[in-house]
Design a protein around this ligand. Structure first.
Ligand code: ATP
Length: 267
């Protein structure tokens, strides 16, 4: 992969299984859930995303790391339809999502948990979770979805009657992820889930994320906590000023000196 600033590692992430790959582009595969291709997003004259391509395989955790302002949140917003790219494609199960309204993207089970959690503070945990389920067309699986989510996040069962605004920061983050899981996401995009949490809760969040893949959910994870993100992901991309500068297996990136120096605080 083209490198800019910190040098390339090993080309785009490969799919986790021995899937068919397109010649000349090892990141592409028939098993890819999401393929972002040469995406460009601007806010007026600010070019936030400049030609990003990336792949998310089915039911895998893929991390997106990079400094403040690198374009990570913008990329998630473009995938979920909140901002419209002026060039490029967002192929999800082969269909280009660019130009679709947000609710139609949600119906395709692409769910975005933005930075800051967005809980409805004066509603209970249970009410917040039910709202998450409304995103599904033809609701009616509410009870089984709730049971599934309570099994994943037992603390929420205990707190189900509590107002969301009175939960701790970590519990609110768990609720945000759980609410998204009520929509049975095939692709879940998490923006900075560890932001502002104490170290113990950060570990709890990163313990939960890989478990979501057992539900058939792929996770595209934006994180400033590069070490934790790379430890929990299978593949990762490093974004710098709107461009991918490095990508590969997360374990390889974790060990790469340029990543250690730039993002992991190595001397
Ligand atoms: P952070 O980790 O700080 O959230 P990020 O990698 O997610 O950073 P973005 O939030 O995507 O980066 O921002 C990318 C660039 O786009 C930055 O220069 C930012 O100032 C700019 N930007 C983001 N949102 C807007 C907006 N609504 N209007 C104008 N510029 C924006």
């Amino acid at each position: 992969m083209a490198a800019n600033g910190i040098g390339g590692l090993e080309g785009p992430p490969k799919p986790p299984t021995a899937a068919r790959t397109a010649p000349g582009n090892p990141g592409r595969s028939s098993s890819s859930l999401l393929e972002v291709d040469d995406l460009h997003v601007s806010y007026g004259r600010i070019r936030a995303v400049q030609g990003v391509s990336l792949t998310v395989p089915d039911a895998a955790v893929v991390a997106l790391i990079g400094a403040n302002g690198a374009g990570k949140s913008t990329l998630l917003r473009a995938i979920s339809g909140i901002v419209r790219p002026h060039r490029g494609a967002v192929r999800y199960l082969g269909e280009d999502l660019v130009g679709l309204p947000v609710h139609q993207i949600v119906r395709r089970r692409v769910i975005h948990v933005p930075e800051g959690r967005g809980m409805l503070a004066r509603m209970t945990v249970l009410e917040n979770l039910r709202l998450g389920g409304f995103a599904l067309k033809g609701a009616g699986h509410g009870k089984s979805d709730l049971e599934r989510v309570f099994a994943l996040f037992p603390v929420l069962r205990e707190r189900r009657a509590q107002l969301a605004g009175s939960l701790s920061g970590g519990e609110q983050q768990i609720l945000a992820i759980a609410r998204a899981m009520m929509a049975r996401p095939r692709l879940l995009m998490l923006d900075e889930p560890s932001l502002g949490l104490a170290p113990l809760l950060v570990r709890e969040i990163f313990r939960i994320i890989p478990r979501l893949t057992a539900e058939g959910t792929a996770v595209l994870l934006v994180e400033q906590n590069a070490r934790m993100a790379l430890q929990c992901a299978v593949y990762a991309y490093v974004l710098q000023t709107g461009r991918v500068v490095l990508s590969g297996r997360a374990a390889d990136l974790l060990a790469a000196p340029e990543v250690q120096h730039a993002y992991l605080g190595a001397g």
